[in-house]
Design a protein around this ligand. Structure first.
Ligand code: SER
Length: 315
């Protein structure tokens, strides 16, 4: 059985669907906490309420379902984590530690835990950020992701638990909305453009950040998971890159599809300061070399696909 935690989230919903297609619906357990699962996920295969902060409950679920692989996606994203650092510590640090210890005890074969561009900070080289470089994040979320990477590598080195992870950028998708990240403006801009022909952006026009379309994010997680361990020198800390853009560049691209669209800016100092501490682009040569990472979508392909799918969905 494959367990996906955070299965009701932006990435989780799409990862569960893809895994159920590949491995059969009965072999993928959708773990969610407070947010209900979309009907399609709830009805197509097994699910459980999983509180990653509850070690005993987590252990029982992993053992009862004979879980052999875990995609641990539950996490409190950057902006929300800043408004509740205690909850973020419980979920993003204790939760990760619980997943790793339960996986080890229950002989789970592999654990995949995404990290994030948030694992870097203002001291990191911003452009083409190297895979292995200074990491001094200034956010609770970023600190928890550095913990995740280091602890994942530690469990691999010390206990030979196969823990793998990659640093996702902002992920854009039209099926399930993201919750309280700093990069979410990019998704919200499409909703604004389609529903109201306008969007007020909480980041300044020239804030450049790395971004990726959901099909590539899913592909990165699955390709990393199925890569031969013999080719990996890194484990829990791969850079992956697809594209970078600013709010103003995204607005221009959307305007080409919807000429009535207009953008205004009302900068939120908290989210702006988070964005300013993150890389503008990443050197992902380690991922390309060690497990063949390559994205399929550039910005133009993303904008067209995202706009038309979201327009159909909102009709
Ligand atoms: N998308 C995430 C966030 O903005 C970054 O990992 O919090």
């Amino acid at each position: 059985m494959i367990l996906v935690t955070g299965a009701a989230g932006q990435i989780g919903t799409e990862l569960v669907s893809e895994l159920r297609q590949r491995h059969g619906p009965q072999n993928v357990l959708a773990g969610r906490h407070k947010t209900p699962l979309p009907e399609e996920i709830a009805s197509s295969g097994p699910s459980e309420i999983v509180d990653v902060t509850n070690l005993d409950q987590l252990k029982a679920i992993v053992q009862n379902h004979n879980v052999t692989r875990i995609f641990h996606l539950s996490s409190i994203l950057s902006a929300l984590a800043e408004s509740n650092i205690h909850a973020a510590h419980q979920v993003n640090i204790n939760g990760v530690f619980n997943i790793l210890t339960v996986a080890l005890e229950a002989n789970v074969e592999q654990v995949i835990i995404p990290s994030s561009i948030a694992a870097f900070g203002a001291d990191t080289p911003r452009e083409s950020t190297p895979n292995d470089t200074i990491q001094r994040p200034s956010t609770t979320y970023g600190i928890s992701k550095v913990f995740t990477e280091l602890m994942g590598n530690y469990f691999y080195t010390r206990f030979k638990l196969d823990v793998r992870g990659l640093r996702l950028p902002g992920v854009l998708s039209w099926k399930t909305e993201p919750t309280a990240g700093t990069t979410d403006y990019a998704v919200a801009m499409f909703y604004g453009a389609i529903a109201h022909n306008k969007y007020e952006c909480y980041l300044g026009p020239d804030t450049i950040l790395p971004m990726m379309y959901m099909p590539d994010a899913i592909k990165s997680l699955l390709d990393l998971s199925t890569a031969s361990i013999n080719t990996l020198s890194h484990h829990s800390d791969f850079n992956v890159h697809a594209m970078s853009f600013t709010p103003s560049e995204l607005a221009s691209a959307i305007k080409k599809i919807n000429p009535q669209f207009s953008i205004t800016y009302n900068v939120d100092p908290l989210r702006q300061s988070i964005a300013d501490s993150w890389p503008s682009s990443l050197d992902d040569s380690a991922a390309r070399k060690e497990w063949g990472w390559q994205p399929d979508f550039d910005m133009a392909a993303l904008v067209n696909d995202m706009y038309s799918n979201l327009e159909d969905k909102l009709k």
